[in-house]
Design a protein around this ligand. Structure first.
Ligand code: KIV
Length: 268
């Protein structure tokens, strides 16, 4: 999947699919399932590393997981999520850090809206790095994790920000936690595809956290996410059976053991 192909999907009214992945097995399965884009999200912090905020992961952790995803994905477009303080502090550092994602094998980077993000997005695009913007709820800087743009003035601001990010050269935009009445306006007014999470059905595409889709998180499940399979109880049951088998001497049985030829046993 290439960026022009992603953009063409909007032109042809075909929905775009994106899932997060942080490791080789899940990234391989998302790719095998045919999702268009895989996002190595900074949700890595909460979902995989047991941290409380996405602000707690940096370039080192993100690149480590990105490399595992890149090894797995053969078809999908890979987007690396720029972590907190990797692009907000200094323009040159922002471009250098984005380049590290590209060198690791990503096809694009994502950055969340913040006060100076326009100059940052523009500098990255100028350096030849495809950028996905992110407006609405932006967890790295949000004071409160709640739906954004519920009144006309704040909604207008989000629409305005989305348009400027398009002008600055972003190839796509994530719309997080905004009313669908707002996302429909953005989706209609922008030429680039909008990818929603908690932004309703009218976006050009959707993104979800893969661990939420799989029922692998025991934390609170946001209203917008959908559990397509509940794997956690199945995994816990498998681990319990393993423990019972080991404790009862049922595992490993002969079929899971190695054997020595009889003459060698006799010599031994
Ligand atoms: O890190 C992440 O999972 C994200 C999605 C919410 C888009 O940024």
């Amino acid at each position: 999947m290439t960026i022009p192909e992603i953009c063409d999907k909007k032109k042809h009214h075909q929905k775009i699919t994106m899932l997060t992945a942080y490791d080789y097995p899940i990234a391989s399965m998302a790719d095998e399932a045919g999702v268009d884009m895989v996002l190595v999200g900074d949700s890595l912090a909460n979902v995989v590393l047991g941290l409380t905020s996405t602000k707690e992961v940096g370039m080192k952790e993100m690149l480590h997981h990105t490399k595992a995803v890149v090894r797995a994905v053969k078809k999908a477009l890979i987007v690396g999520d720029m972590p907190f303080e990797s692009y907000q502090l200094n323009l040159q550092a922002a471009v250098d850090n984005a380049k590290q994602f590209m060198d690791a094998g990503c096809h694009a980077v994502k950055l969340e809206w913040f006060t100076h993000c326009l100059a940052t997005a523009q500098a990255m695009v100028k350096a030849g790095i495809p950028v996905m913007g992110h407006v609405g709820l932006t967890p790295q800087t949000a004071l409160e994790m709640k739906v954004q743009g519920k009144d006309a003035p704040t909604a207008k601001k989000i629409i305005e920000n989305a348009k400027i990010l398009e002008d600055k050269g972003c190839f796509s935009l994530v719309l997080e936690c905004i009313p669908k009445e707002v996302s429909v306006q953005i989706t209609r007014q922008l030429k680039i595809p909008t990818i929603g999470i908690g932004a309703g059905v009218y976006c050009d595409g959707q993104v979800l956290v893969s661990y939420d889709v799989l029922g692998l998180v025991t934390r609170y499940q946001p209203k917008f996410s959908k559990k397509y399979v509940d794997l956690a109880p199945l995994i816990i049951e498998a681990f319990k059976q393993y423990k019972r088998d080991v404790e009862a001497g049922r595992f490993p049985d002969d079929s899971h053991s190695f054997h020595m030829p009889i003459p060698e046993v006799e010599k031994l």
